[in-house]
Design a binder for this molecule. Structure first.
Ligand SMILES: Cc1cc2nc3c(=O)[nH]c(=O)nc-3n(C[C@H](O)[C@H](O)[C@H](O)COP(=O)(O)OP(=O)(O)OC[C@H]3O[C@@H](n4cnc5c(N)ncnc54)[C@H](O)[C@@H]3O)c2cc1C
Length: 506
């Protein structure tokens, strides 16, 4: 072997750093008797970003793969089930709402129910039962179902700080990750441009074969040192600011929402995430369209009495991502790679995907690294462009009159790839065969829920002969009604379920 890749050094101990460490270390522990060493460096002086409480269903497999018990995650991270997102006021701003649930529509992949439902704006209601489960505030599974399983697909709402702490303990105690608490001062490059080592304040020089930049928006390795440019996308997705609050429940037994509530405002939107011990609520907006004071007034108006006396924390960010994510022997993961906005909780999902790629495709020699880097960059570039398109879809079909929303409808702000999708979907709607499989983050189902929820109506008559399977469609729509009835009767209220489940497991 020429120059082996054995020492992985991760700089940064936020969600990105610890999740990456856990995914790589657990994969190589299983696969090669711990022949790969993982070291994580984090500064005690530089705080983590402290937000990021909404997740995507991929996290179920990730947590299971790295060896965590689901009930432990719920206990330690005050977690709750997230079965999708409810978008309120996004179409007209008059109390309208629709769901993007995580469970596929009935008949998905075999028959597209969109041409058959009675009201396409109610697609999620007629084609799937999870809308009703969320509206009724029910848990996604029954007690008899095991950990990480569920009648309804789900992700989590969890306390990001506690998740980081839990991952840290797991990495150190069970996955042999070496932990260094110190602040990085310098990145030391070799003549060929690869990183030789990082110099720390107290601990001196730490060498590595592969460095993972998890330093957050500072992007100290990939940006500051390796000078990979940042590609802004604020001409497509305008938000650049957020105000975040932690809001206690009025009564400790108040219901916990089992979906993220995303409520559109005159500019931007408010997220409302229910954990078991508090809510995480925040307003994300564009500073070009609204002042911080106006945003705070929106947020306080939304919260009413529940927000009285609670301070909010301001966070700013640039909407965009690196032009390349893997450069020389350095990969950026998390905020260091980029961030566009919190809608649909794509950031933690991308951390999981990036870390899994590194773990599974770790080149055995330095000489192979350029090929791995090139492939990783191609995949991630595609994924970022799909994320940007999918998020833009939430905005561009609005009928809201305010300047922020109208600017989102301006054709100049809509990526060409999305304009092409919309042109095709005008006559058939999104279907499974439109999508590229393994590299897609969002399935056709997600596009259907959002597109139809936003009031987009394809003209199915152009190929009307394809939509004559009324018998099967009616049977599935009826079956959905029966399943809905069954779930409403058998599933427990969300908070009761979590309480009962955790009191019967240890
Ligand atoms: C408003 C907002 C809402 C969001 N909501 C969601 C959401 O609901 N769902 C979701 O998936 N994502 C969300 N995100 C994104 C999510 O918060 C991040 O992707 C996630 O927290 C990962 O952050 P990070 O670990 O990359 O960075 P950070 O949390 O910033 O961590 C950076 C780490 O680097 C360390 N560090 C920095 N400099 C040095 C140095 N010199 N030496 C040593 N260590 C150093 C710090 O100490 C810290 O440990 C949101 C982001 C924002 C801005």
């Amino acid at each position: 072997m020429l120059n082996p890749v054995k020492n992985i050094v991760i700089v940064g101990g936020g969600t990105a750093g610890w999740l990456t460490a856990a995914i790589i270390a657990s994969h190589h522990k299983k696969a090669a008797g711990q022949s790969v060493a993982v070291t994580l460096i984090e500064s005690s002086d530089i705080p983590t970003i402290g937000v990021g409480e909404g997740t995507w269903p991929t996290l179920k497999n990730t947590l299971q793969d790295i060896g965590l018990k689901e009930s432990d995650v719920f206990r330690e991270c005050h977690a709750a089930f997230k079965q999708g997102a409810k978008f309120v006021d996004w179409v007209h701003g008059n109390g309208d709402f629709y769901y993007h649930p995580f469970t596929y529509p009935m008949g998905y992949g075999r028959i597209d129910l969109a041409p058959y439902v009675t009201n396409i704006e109610n697609y999620a209601v007629e084609a799937n039962f999870q809308h009703h489960v969320c509206e009724a505030g029910l848990a996604p599974r029954m007690l008899a179902e095991g950990e990480y399983k569920g009648t309804c697909n789900y992700a989590y709402h969890l306390d990001a700080g506690m998740l980081g702490k839990m991952l840290k303990e797991h990495c150190i105690e069970h996955l042999n990750v070496t932990h260094i608490v110190d602040t990085m001062q310098n990145v030391n490059l070799q003549d060929d441009g690869n990183i030789r080592s990082v110099s720390l304040n107290k601990c001196g020089e730490i060498c590595g074969d592969l460095f993972v930049d998890c330093t957050g928006t500072a992007a100290l390795l990939i940006g500051n040192s390796l000078k990979v440019p940042f590609k802004k996308v604020d001409d497509v997705l305008f938000n650049d600011s957020a105000l975040a609050m932690q809001v206690p429940y009025v009564n400790e037994n108040d219901p916990v929402a089992t979906h993220t509530i995303a409520t559109a405002q005159n500019t931007g939107w408010i997220w409302d995430i229910g954990l078991t011990h508090r809510r995480g609520v925040g307003h994300v907006y564009s500073s070009k369209f609204m002042t911080d004071e106006e945003a705070e007034a929106n947020l306080r108006n939304y919260l009413g009495e529940a927000g009285e006396g609670i301070a909010c924390r301001k966070i700013t960010y640039e909407s965009g991502h690196r032009e390349r994510f893997w450069e020389k022997n350095c990969v950026a993961v998390g905020m260091a790679a980029g961030f566009v906005e919190p809608l649909e909780a794509t950031a933690i999902m991308l951390i999981e995907i990036s870390a899994r790629y590194i773990a599974e495709n770790l080149p055995p020699t330095q000489e192979l690294m350029p090929i791995t880097a090139k492939r990783f960059n191609q995949q991630m570039d595609y994924r970022w462009s799909r994320i940007i398109d999918f998020l833009k879809l939430h905005y561009m079909l609005t009928k809201r009159p305010e300047p922020y929303w109208q600017a989102h409808c301006d054709k100049k702000s809509i990526p060409e790839s999305l304009q092409e999708d919309l042109a095709i979907w005008k006559y058939k709607g999104p279907t499974v065969s439109d999508f590229q499989g393994a590299n897609e983050l969002f399935p056709a189902a997600s596009y259907q829920y959002v597109l139809y929820g936003m009031g987009f109506k394809p003209d199915f008559t152009a190929h009307g002969h394809l939509y004559q399977d009324h018998q099967q469609a009616d049977r599935l729509i009826k079956r959905n009604e029966q399943l809905t009835e069954q779930m409403l009767q058998t599933l427990q209220p969300h908070r009761n379920f979590i309480h009962q489940w955790l009191s019967t497991t240890n």
